[in-house]
Design a protein around this ligand. Sequence first.
Ligand code: ATP
Ligand code: MG
Length: 246
Amino acid sequence: MISLNKVGKEFRRDRWGVKDISFTIDKGEFVVLTGPSGAGKTTLMKLLSFEQQPSTGELLLEGRANGRVKKRELPYVRRRIGVVFQDFRLLPDRTAYENVAFVLRATGAGRKGLHRRVVRALALVGLSGRGDAMPSELSGGEQQRIGLARAIVSDPFLVLADEPTGNLDDDNKREVFKILRKVAAGGTAVLVATHDLNVAREFRARTLILDKGRLVKDAPAGSESEAALAAVAPHVSRPVRTGMNV
Ligand SMILES: Nc1ncnc2c1ncn2[C@@H]1O[C@H](COP(=O)(O)OP(=O)(O)OP(=O)(O)O)[C@@H](O)[C@H]1O
Ligand SMILES: [Mg+2]
């Protein structure tokens, strides 16, 4: 479980990236994080990935507190977290397969187990046949799916994706959301920061809304989030017709 209790990050005196944030995320939950530019989404993601430490409050991941984990323990905590980037960040000189496998090599996984896990991760993102391709031979959507495979291959308990669809067209956005939801259905907690509210709404996920560093809304999964999203983003409050069975 992930739990935040009055978490704040003060960058400079009285300059807070986020302030007084409290919520919990359970195993298997698929949660969207949104809000205007500068609201604190990336700041929150960096706290959740233990990249930065909170200035106030308590943030617990699987019972470990950010701020009280010893430096030498950090790699083990981070290994439990999968991160997906807006700009994919694949190694350009390695195949798709290697981009996914190298995460496991660092953990000292055995060769057979490693292969099995990479194959499974590639299958989950629908790229079983493309393991030999170099990133430059893949479309943007395919590159991000490799990014997703890399994030999940070590079986993390939490996946964090900060604007994972920022560089993709609508079809690929949906595909990424679908995969992330499938990952959550497998028992992983998934938090996606996004401006793509139209796409996010189709998935009717629980939605956390930040504004000026504060958590202003925690809308549960389902239709209730509609009103909440309309409040922060009136331009996406009209009904979405997609005809897609997502
Ligand atoms: N390292 C830093 N030092 C000082 N201020 C920072 C730092 N990082 C972020 N901030 C400030 O914290 C606030 C929140 O920024 P953050 O990047 O978390 O917003 P965001 O919601 O991710 O925005 P966007 O949608 O544009 O990505 C902003 O006012 C930003 O200027
Ligand atoms: Mg950001």
